[in-house]
Structure formats: structure tokens, C-alpha cells
Design a protein around this ligand. Structure first.
Ligand code: FAD
Length: 364
């Protein structure tokens, strides 16, 4: 079996590494450089607390969080893994009641959660400015990851296990034999590669690659803006949702900002540089010490979300050899989906965790 993994973000690198370490012949293909797609322009919060919309989706995300701890033990945490929990608080009673209600539900679902006072939260994060009485929800098992560095690690591990790489060349076509099985992958540099398995892990471009095997994969348009700022010293230790702004460290002197409220402006005439300034203003209200921070870059990316909002992971029986690994929350889910899909490709039965997220549900 020769597997061509198309797209080397968090999803593709996880599938590729899991296949290579189990002895499969793997070739990793990317139109650009590995880890430089959405995986580099995401908030990158590893969590299940924001996934209560459906119990099976929550369970998958719990498995995603747990998989990270194992991954950090297997390949080492070096410069990509940042555990330490997640803080969330609000500045209006309705939002506060909503987050406390979700925390209560998650306690019933046995998910680790603590309710702190503002004073207790400030012992964890002394730079924050919330009042002592503000309730703060703390999820101790959650984390953030540096997506691009993690992809670099997984690619290096896959190569050490025998994988080949072809970067800076897009997949333009997928050839099939008379019975519809995958046979070749054609690249924009003119080369054609033999493969009897292809994995579509192209994130926001997944519908185009699915179209190459005659499959319609409906995807949403749900863009998000992320800003990187430089500062002399990062004043916080962990990932957090403060009022109107999501904040996390990104390195020793760099932070990442995001806000769903600012995302809502993307389809209007507001340009990305202005979105970045709005994010920077919002973070300064929570962390006044960032007054002298500098915006490095703001990027708008489309979230890779299949039309019903859930992952599409597994085989399509009508195209033998074609597999999908397409998901929002791909940072949280990448490592667990990568392992489960690799096991399926290598002959295992599809895992029960994936039962609600199979690609066939989009087949008319
Ligand atoms: C604003 C925002 C915030 C987010 N916050 C979170 C969060 O906090 N937590 C979380 O879990 N998730 C979050 N997500 C979602 C998460 O970032 C994505 O689900 C994940 O990064 C997707 O990874 P991927 O590997 O599928 O895609 P990508 O990282 O985009 O990788 C796809 C790769 O495919 C390549 N490619 C595309 N077309 C071709 C082609 N024709 N041939 C070859 N290669 C091709 C691209 O070059 C790219 O490298 C967020 C997303 C956004 C936009």
C-alpha cells in the first residue's frame, strides 16, 4: 500500500506520521510549506469545553485533549505543547450565566472544571484586571499548541520512519482505474505519482480535492481573523477567553489574538489591518501592560468546516482508496483523528468515536 497524504497541516501531518510509524509507505504532499495553512493562523486552543453542541462531538474532543498528553510523551513536548489550563470570564450577567451554566453541565459530564473568584484567578495570572468578585471558569486540562512547530515535528518523525515529502507543488488531479479505485496523483509540477490510497487533508481546499474524485463535499464559509503581536514580555502564562477577546502566548515575546465579535466584521468593508487594530485595542483593555505592543501580521482564513458543522473522517466506499480528514477544531482533533484514520486505512474497523462523523453522510 502506498498512501499519498494531500495537505500537510495538523490533520495531514498527524495521519502521515501515524501511517509511517506503523510501517506504511507514505508520501506527504503540500501546495506550500507544511504547517503554514490554517494551522498557523488559528487560535489553537486544545479544548472540549466549547464542544457541548452534541454529546458524541464532545466525547471526540475529550479524546482529542487526552491524545495530546500521550503525543507529548511519545515525541516530547519541546516547543509546541503548552498545557496549563484555560480561563474564561465575562463582563455582563447574561454571558456570565451562560458560561457558568456550561461549566455546570460539564461537571455533570465529568469534565474537569473549577469556578474561581477574580482574586484566585489573579493568583494564576497577576497581570489580569478583573474585579475580585468576578466568577472565572478554569478548565485545568486544556492547553494551547504551536501548530506550525508541531507539524514540523510530525513531518520530521514521519520522515525518520521512511516517509517522502513533495512540497511547493499542488495536487491537480487524482487518477482512478476502471473500478473507480485511486491509482495516481498528478502534481502542478507535471509529475504523476502512483498511490493506492489518498488522504484529503487540505483543510479549506477540501471540496476541490473531493471534486477530483467526483465527490461533492459541502463546506461552510466561516472566516476568522487572527493577529500576532510582538511585545517586550508576554504578561500571561496560558490561553484565555477574556471579555470580547481571546488571548494566548505564542512565544517568548509574541502573542495571538482572536475574537468572534471581530470575525463578524469580516464580510463588511473592514480590511484585515483594521481588524488587527480592533483586536489590539480589545487586548489592551484587559492587559494594559500591552500598550507598547506591535502588530506583526493579521491573517483571515476560512475555517475548514463541512456543511453540518462536524468533521468528515474516513473512507468513501464508492471510491476505493479515497479517505477524508477534514475538520474544524482541527487543532484539538488532529492527533486523535490522525491515529484513528491511520488505523482504519491499515485495515482496522472504523472506531466507534467516528460513527457520527463519516463522510458518507454527504453522499446524496
Ligand atoms: C480563526 C480561527 C480560529 C480557530 N481556533 C481554533 C481553536 O482554538 N482550536 C481548534 O482546535 N481549532 C481552531 N480552529 C480550527 C483549526 O485551526 C483547523 O481546523 C485546523 O488548523 C485545520 O488543519 P488542516 O490540517 O485541516 O488545514 P491546514 O492547516 O490549512 O492544512 C491544509 C494544507 O493543505 C494544503 N493544500 C491545499 N490545497 C492543496 C492542493 N491542491 N495540493 C496540495 N496541498 C494543498 C495547504 O497548503 C495546507 O498546508 C480555528 C480556525 C480559525 C480560522
Amino acid at each position: 500500500m502506498r498512501a499519498a497524504v494531500i495537505g500537510v497541516g495538523i490533520l495531514g501531518s498527524s495521519v502521515g506520521w501515524n501511517l509511517a510509524r506503523r510501517g506504511a509507505e507514505v508520501i506527504l504532499l503540500d501546495a506550500g510549506r507544511p504547517g503554514e495553512g490554517v494551522t498557523d493562523w488559528t487560535f489553537s486552543w486544545v479544548n472540549a469545553s466549547n464542544k457541548t453542541v452534541r454529546r458524541s462531538y464532545f466525547d471526540l474532543n475529550v479524546a482529542g485533549v487526552a491524545e495530546y498528553r500521550e503525543l507529548a510523551e511519545v515525541i516530547g513536548p519541546d516547543s509546541w505543547w503548552y498545557p496549563g489550563g484555560h480561563l474564561r470570564w465575562a463582563d455582563d450577567p447574561a454571558a456570565q450565566a451562560k458560561w457558568l451554566g456550561i461549566a455546570e453541565l460539564l461537571t455533570r459530564w465529568d469534565y474537569p472544571v473549577e469556578i474561581l473568584t477574580g482574586e484566585q484567578a489573579r493568583r494564576l495570572e497577576p497581570a489580569l484586571t478583573m474585579s475580585e468578585a468576578t466568577p472565572v471558569v478554569f478548565y485545568p486540562d486544556e492547553a494551547w499548541v504551536h501548530g506550525r512547530r508541531l507539524v514540523g515535528r510530525l513531518v520530521a518523525e514521519a520522515v525518520a520512519a521512511g516517509a517522502e515529502c513533495r512540497f511547493d507543488s499542488a495536487v491537480r488531479d487524482i487518477g482512478t482505474s476502471a473500478d473507480g479505485s485511486v491509482r495516481t496523483v498528478v502534481l502542478s509540477d507535471g509529475n504523476s505519482l502512483e498511490a493506492d490510497v489518498v488522504v484529503n487533508a487540505t483543510g479549506p481546499a477540501a471540496a476541490e480535492i473531493a471534486g477530483l474524485v467526483g465527490r461533492a463535499l459541502p463546506m461552510r464559509w466561516e472566516p476568522g481573523a487572527v493577529t500576532r503581536i510582538d511585545c517586550d514580555r508576554v504578561p500571561i502564562q496560558r490561553v484565555m477567553h477574556a471579555p470580547h477577546i481571546e488571548i494566548r502566548p505564542d512565544g517568548d515575546a509574541s502573542m495571538v489574538l482572536h475574537s468572534r465579535e471581530i470575525d463578524a466584521l469580516i464580510d463588511t468593508a473592514v480590511n484585515p489591518a483594521e481588524l488587527g487594530r480592533l483586536l489590539q485595542d480589545a487586548v489592551r483593555r484587559v492587559l494594559p501592560g500591552l500598550d507598547s505592543s506591535r502588530i506583526v501580521e493579521t491573517r483571515v482564513s476560512n475555517r475548514p468546516i463541512p456543511d453540518d458543522g462536524f468533521p468528515s473522517v474516513g473512507a468513501i466506499p464508492s471510491v476505493p482508496g479515497y479517505y477524508e480528514a477534514v475538520s474544524h477544531s482541527g487543532i484539538t482533533l488532529g492527533p486523535v483523528l490522525g491515529r484513528l484514520l491511520a488505523e482504519e486505512i491499515l485495515g482496522g474497523a472504523p472506531d466507534a468515536l467516528l460513527a457520527d462523523f463519516r463522510p458518507e453522510r454527504f453522499t446524496a
